[in-house]
Structure formats: C-alpha cells, structure tokens
Design a binder for this molecule. Structure first.
Ligand SMILES: NC(=O)c1ccc[n+]([C@@H]2O[C@H](COP(=O)([O-])OP(=O)(O)OC[C@H]3O[C@@H](n4cnc5c(N)ncnc54)[C@H](OP(=O)(O)O)[C@@H]3O)[C@@H](O)[C@H]2O)c1
Length: 289
C-alpha cells in the first residue's frame, strides 16, 4: 500500500511512519518542512508524485496556548490543512485518515463523551480542529476522523517523556489534578488508525486506551511509579491556578460507540499501555534529559 504520513516528525507522525514501514508499506513521510498541508500547490505536488492509497494526517499546530495569539496560523494547520488533504484525496481517490481532538468538547458533561455528544469548542485550537474535521468530511466522502486525547509516546512535545527525566533529577513537578481525560499510547493509536484505514468505513471515531481515564496528576503518578521514581514528587495543582491562555475542558474522556460495531476490540487499558511505554524508554534517555 502506498501511504503518505503528514506531520511525520511529530509524536504521532513518527509512530505512524514506523508502524506502516514495519507492515511493509511504501511510506512517503512528510514533515512540516517538506510539506505544509495548508499549501494547496505543495499538497498537489506531493500527491502527484506519490499517488497514495491512504493518507494519515498527523500534522497539526498543537501548541494550544499559542493558538490563542495566532488564530490564522491555527486555522491554516488545523482547518485548511485537513481540507486541502481531503481535496487532494478526492482527486486521487485516496482514503484520508485525519486526527482530531477530545478538546472539541466543552468538558461540562459527567462521564464519557461519545459521537452522540455535541462538540462545543472553547479555544482557538479546539475550534480550528473541529472546523478541520468538518471541512475534510465535506470535501471528501472517504474521510475518517479520529478524535483522541492525552497522547503519550516518544518524540514531540510530550508530557510524560519530559516529566520522567525531570523527576529523575529530583525536581518537584506541578501537575493538574482537576482535568480528566483518557490517556492514549501513540503506538496503540497508530495501530488503530491503520485498522480503520483497512476497514475504510468513513465517519468519526473516538480512539483512546481503555479504562476509566485519569487526571493529569494520576497519569503522572502512575508513570513515575512505573519508572520506579517517587510518585510523591508530583504536587497537585488546579487548572485555574496555572492561568493558561487557552480554556481547556475539565473532562474530555472519550468512548467510541462505533468501534465495537465495526468489529474492533477495545485498545489495552491505559495502565498496561503506560507500562509498555515506560519499558520502551531507553535508560540513558530517562537519566540524561
Ligand atoms: N498530543 C496530544 O495529547 C493530542 C491530543 C489530542 C489530539 N491530538 C492530535 O493528534 C495529532 C498529532 O499530534 P502530536 O501530538 O503528534 O503533535 P506534534 O508532536 O506537535 O506533531 C504535529 C506535527 O505537525 C507539524 N505541523 C504543524 N503545522 C503544520 C503544517 N501546516 N503542515 C505540515 N505539518 C505541520 C509540526 O511540525 P512543526 O513542529 O515543525 O511545526 C509537528 O511535527 C494532531 O492532530 C493533534 O491535534 C494530540
């Protein structure tokens, strides 16, 4: 299968490239420098050259607070980009799998958000991502939107791989304890994106690791315990105390009401996935950073 991965140097992008390559696919991996997904002519050139069967869009501007100050850049990466990819997929009859976010919800619901819940984005990042979902779906029928959240994995700007080395150095860590999500291991996510591509059933899917979800503080403490570090180095703080530029949903735990219906088993529990992630971290990386 000929595959394009965009955002290939990001946390999910690099896992997607590795997974598809391991499966023996012919992978064209584009990072931001080699393909700006908001640039129609760059997208057209890439598609003409590569003629993909499937496109995994892992590119986005994910700096949630900075998006508030530069909505045009957020729109380009998170709204126009998926739409341009969908237009190019339509021209070449390729399947588009594009990633969205749990932040499309406002966080006021008790319990899990499913596809029956109405999005109500509260930040520029979240709004531009929701518009990206919709524009991509409007532009091309063979679009699969995958909402996910609280991703952990290697590379990119990622909460756990910076937290573990900091705890190792004896730093005290401030972590939010009143914001809840469903942690998702990048390696499990990309495997599921691939399965969804094989099924080729358009729609919106929620893809997260199984389990009841966690606050950032619980998530960090579990990671430190797995890494045999002292979980008490985490100081719990409230979301409000950090005074960040962007609003965040206090609860964005996701459940999928479609996956079982299309024959997909739940992903492993997030604590099992966390163990796999910590065990895969190179020892020197944990100590050196
Ligand atoms: N991380 C999470 O917890 C989380 C949660 C929910 C959803 N998601 C979604 O998951 C997907 C993957 O996120 P991630 O965590 O892997 O993010 P990431 O590590 O920040 O990777 C995103 C990549 O996209 C690239 N990019 C930005 N603008 C681009 C553009 N206009 N054209 C092409 N590439 C561009 C970035 O390159 P530069 O850095 O060089 O600009 C970066 O390498 C995104 O759709 C994100 O919204 C992530």
């Amino acid at each position: 299968m000929k595959v394009i991965v965009t955002g290939a140097s990001g946390m999910v992008g690099r896992a997607q490239v590795a997974y598809c390559s391991d499966r023996g696919d012919d992978v064209a991996a584009f990072d931001h420098k080699t393909l700006d997904i908001s640039n129609a002519s760059q997208v057209a050139d890439a598609f003409q050259k590569e003629k993909p069967d499937v496109v995994f869009n892992c590119a986005a501007w994910t700096d949630v607070d900075s998006c508030e100050a530069d909505p045009e850049r957020a729109k380009a990466a998170n709204t126009i980009g998926p739409e341009e990819l969908a237009n190019a997929c339509r021209s070449g009859n390729a399947l588009l799998v594009t990633i969205s976010t749990d932040f499309v919800f406002d966080g006021t619901k008790d319990g899990f958000y499913t596809q029956r819940d109405q999005p109500n984005p509260q930040s520029v990042y979240a709004l531009t991502k929701l518009k990206g979902e919709r524009r991509a779906q409007n532009a091309w029928a063979r679009t699969i939107v995958v909402r996910t959240g609280y991703i952990f994995g290697t590379g990119g700007n990622n909460f756990l791989s910076t937290m573990i080395p900091r705890a190792h150095r004896g730093e005290r860590l401030k972590v939010i304890n009143d914001m809840f999500g469903t942690p998702t291991y990048a390696n499990d996510l990309v495997k599921r994106l691939y399965q969804l591509a094989q099924l080729d059933l358009p729609g919106i899917y929620h893809v997260v690791n199984d389990g009841p979800g966690a606050s950032f503080a619980e998530f960090a403490q579990a990671a430190l315990s797995e890494a045999r570090l002292d979980p008490s180095s985490v100081t719990a703080v409230s979301l409000d105390s950090l005074q960040r530029a962007a609003e965040r949903p206090r609860n964005s735990r996701l459940k999928c009401i479609l996956s079982a219906a299309v024959g997909l088993d739940p992903l492993p529990d997030w604590k099992h996935a966390l163990r796999a992630f910590v065990n895969a971290l190179p020892k020197e990386a944990v100590i050196a950073r």
